[in-house]
Design a protein around this ligand. Structure first.
Ligand code: CUA
Length: 333
């Protein structure tokens, strides 16, 4: 193994910067914006970082200057001037400029979306996301833990929570907004490029706060419409014998008391709507991927995978029954 570069050598900033900047990309980065509001926030961050670097350089420069070049004490007048300018005037001017700039950006990012734009109601549950696309006829299309958006269109999120405070945040697209029980908060976002991103909960809300994520897929408008039309459809009846047995087990074991699968007798409203669960990108609010084996793991050990989750584990079922249930759920695409 090669020895690490010494701090005195000019090569060390390269790996150090790679380590620090490595976290700047990816599906959940505020510094790799994919939304109009995220661009505004990222530019504010870079201006603040540059300003902070300038102030830091000035303070370090002054320290070196006073230690090396001026080891003698200042006169009373010089010291007073330094305190008034450096301790009061400069911070007041810098913070006032930052505040007024920040407030003007806030007005821009909190502007409501245009009339008739797409509306998506999202409720923060313990610990998952109930997502409802509101339709013009006053109805809604319900899904969970996944949001898909058309690119280049400003959409409105209507945010709420039945019990504790969560915070809805898609770092790549824009700022965060609290979800407060008994109130409806709103957030408008506009994705500027297609791709796969990740949303998180940004307010500590209980044991599994960190296991409460959702996928955000930004699509071209026509692909988005096709996807939403499919989400509105009821579940397709299972074709394979194993999946058909899984459906029987699903209805017999009481799953339908909490979960809905549209087009079947399952109409529970406590847990996530599972009508198209097999077509989602993750399972258990992005706790697991979405393959058949993941369904088996999830069903058998919900409580150890996600501490505090309301869904009981079904590990007491024989392996063959878990396989059948997984085949049914995975097939609900
Ligand atoms: Cu929900 Cu933290």
């Amino acid at each position: 193994m090669r020895a690490p570069p010494e701090l005195g050598s000019p090569a060390w900033p390269v790996p150090a910067a790679a380590l620090v900047m490595g976290a700047c990309g990816g599906p959940q980065s505020t510094l790799d914006p994919a939304g109009r509001d995220a661009e505004v926030i990222a530019s504010l961050f870079w201006w603040m970082a540059a300003g902070a670097a300038l102030i830091w350089l000035a303070v370090v420069g002054l320290t070196i200057h006073s230690a090396r070049d001026r080891p003698k004490p200042h006169t009373h007048e010089e010291a007073t001037l330094l305190i008034i300018v450096g301790g009061a005037v400069v911070p007041t001017v810098a913070l006032a400029a930052l505040l007024s700039h920040g407030l003007s950006l806030m007005r821009e990012t909190l502007a409501p979306p245009p009339e008739g734009s797409l509306k998506i109601a999202v409720s923060g549950e313990q610990w998952w996301w109930r997502v409802r696309y509101l339709t013009p006829d006053g109805g809604s299309i319900e899904l969970a833990n996944e949001v898909r958006l058309p690119v280049g269109e400003r959409v409105e999120f209507q945010l709420e929570s039945p019990d504790v405070i969560h915070s809805f945040w898609i770092p790549s697209l824009g700022g965060k907004m609290d979800m407060i029980p008994g109130r409806r908060t709103r957030l408008a976002l506009e994705a500027t490029r297609t791709g796969l991103f990740q949303g998180v909960c940004a307010e500590y809300c209980g044991t599994s706060h960190a296991l409460m994520k959702f996928s955000v897929v930004v699509l071209e408008k026509r692909d988005f419409i096709r996807w939403l039309d499919h989400q509105a459809e009821p579940a397709r009846a299972p074709a394979q014998p194993l999946a058909r047995r899984g459906q029987e087990l699903f209805l017999r074991n009481g799953c339908s008391a909490c979960h809905a699968v549209r087009g079947t007798p399952a109409a529970g409203v406590v847990g996530p709507d599972l009508t198209h669960v097999g077509g989602r990108r993750g399972l258990g609010a992005a706790t697991l991927p979405n393959e058949r084996d993941d369904f088996v793991r999830w069903l058998a050990s919900t409580e150890s995978l996600k501490p505090g989750v309301h869904m009981p584990a079904f590990g007491m079922l024989p392996a063959e029954e878990l396989q059948a249930l997984a085949a049914y759920l995975d097939g609900l695409e």
